[in-house]
Design a protein around this ligand. Structure first.
Ligand code: ADP
Ligand code: ZN
Length: 433
């Protein structure tokens, strides 16, 4: 099936913005039926007629994660529940979980969006696509499943974990493409090596869709090399359906954000004013065609920037830069702001290291300390002086990047904790003191 939606993907900007304006007006009309927006819009005097151009978006209030939590479970439903066919819910580790509702039309549109992304990176109906995401509430499972089916690929819904089984499927079914989170991609590669399998020589893998957690360009290049694939960054979140919100094209230079599905803004998280192109701020998204649960100016907390210029692929939808992490992922230590991916970026430049690492923050003698533990690559030496030299080199590079001197522990491969889902990269014990 042909999934290059040329007319939409390369729509001239004025036409795209006209489409967005129309859809924004419809979104406001639909959202008004939800108890949450009915109240907010009534208070602020907002009606669909308030929207006559895209600039009118600025009149609309922001929606936050707290708003979603407080509306738990059905306060954001804009259509009767009997018209909703699926619910996704976050884990809710910090209070009430959030709920996202979908109608059948919403699910079809989402599958279309994912199929478009997969087609963009060269996945076809001739591919065998293995999805290593957890199924169930995690949207990376069902989201990719329906998208890949729509595209016509032969899908292998392997689900998360069990590397032995994943590898067996890859080998037996001739898997050519994967959806995988970066921390697991690193681990799966090591598991293959341990079984004496060379992913480049012995598998048919060629394209992977990699996302769900922040990762550095260096991590991507390393995974591409080890697996012998092209890895494309995919971004999404449950609140905006899940995977497919923004995706890299084969240029691998920023992620196209699908502007016929969402309106994207990037704002200063403090002042909420728009950020100029190229400057990092908080991504704010408005759904344009969702009917069960429209969201208006949703503050994602994800930090990125718009990339200037046009993409060589010809698509007109704007690109955002690789996501740096969420505002709440930022580590503040000794007055310095650090994102875990900055540390990863440095570590991944050292071929002697493996892919797994852990950052620990604690208070030693009244002063904050940052410790980086990183696994060694199995093939590396246990020669003490070599290790000493390596430690010195890594600390030096980290210090240049972070402007503080971290402590470093090189540990054996397989000795750091691994999680079934997204990797836990930071443990902050300072909060306990
Ligand atoms: P949870 O909110 O429980 O983590 P989600 O699956 O909805 O569940 O996670 C969405 C979040 O994951 C995004 O808001 C973003 O922070 C992160 N994320 C998703 N894809 C990427 C990506 N490609 N790069 C960086 N971060 C990502
Ligand atoms: Zn492009």
């Amino acid at each position: 099936m042909e999934y290059w939606q040329k007319e939409l993907e390369t729509m001239p900007r004025p036409a795209l913005e006209k489409l967005q304006t129309e859809r924004l007006r419809e979104t406001v009309a639909r959202a008004s039926a939800a108890p949450f927006y009915a109240e907010v819009f009534a208070r602020e005097g907002i009606t669909p007629e308030s929207i006559t151009s895209l600039r009118d978006l600025q009149k609309l209030p922001f929606t936050t994660k707290e708003d979603l939590r407080e509306s738990y479970p059905y306060g954001m439903a804009a259509i009767p529940l009997e018209k909703c066919v699926r619910l996704h819910s976050s884990s809710g580790t910090t209070g009430n979980p959030t709920v996202v509702l979908h109608s059948q039309r919403d699910l079809d549109a989402w599958a279309d969006q994912v199929a478009r992304c997969m087609y963009m990176v060269g996945i076809r109906d001739t591919d065998v696509f293995q999805n290593t995401s957890g199924y169930g509430m995690f949207t990376g499972g069902l989201g990719f499943q329906y998208g890949a089916e729509k595209l016509g690929a032969l899908t292998v819904p392997a689900a998360a974990g069990n590397s032995k089984r994943q590898i067996k499927f890859i080998m037996d079914f001739g898997t050519t493409s994967l959806h995988i989170i970066p921390s697991y991609a690193a681990r799966l590669t090591e598991a293959m090596q341990e079984e004496g399998i060379d992913p480049v020589r012995d598998t048919k893998l060629r394209v992977i869709c990699m996302g769900a957690e922040p990762h550095s360009e260096e991590q991507r290049r390393r995974i591409e090399k080890m697996l012998g694939v092209k890895a494309y960054n995919c971004f999404g979140m449950s609140e905006m359906n899940g995977p497919g919100v923004a995706f890299e094209c084969t240029e691998q230079n920023g992620l196209h954000i699908w502007e016929d599905y969402v309106i994207a803004e990037i704002v200063d998280p403090e002042t909420l004013e728009p950020m100029p192109e190229g400057e990092v701020g908080e991504l704010v998204l408005t759904t344009l065609n969702r009917e069960a649960m429209p969201l208006v100016r949703y503050r994602t907390r994800d930090l990125t920037c718009f990339l200037p210029g046009e993409c060589a692929c010809g698509r007109t939808h704007r690109r955002i830069a690789r996501l740096r992490g969420r505002s709440d992922d930022m580590i503040i230590i000794k007055g310095v702001n650090i994102f875990p991916v900055q540390i990863e970026k440095i570590l991944m430049q050292f071929g002697e290291l493996g892919g797994n690492y852990l950052i620990t923050l604690d208070t030693v003698n009244g002063s904050d300390e940052l410790t980086v533990e990183v696994e060694l690559n199995d093939l590396f030496t246990d020669d003490y002086s070599e290790l000493q030299r390596l430690t010195k080199d890594i600390i030096h590079s980290l210090k240049n990047e972070l402007l503080i001197t971290p402590r470093l522990k090189l540990v054996a491969r397989g000795s750091l904790p691994v999680s079934e889902g997204k990797a836990v990269r930071v443990k902050d014990f300072r909060k306990l003191i």
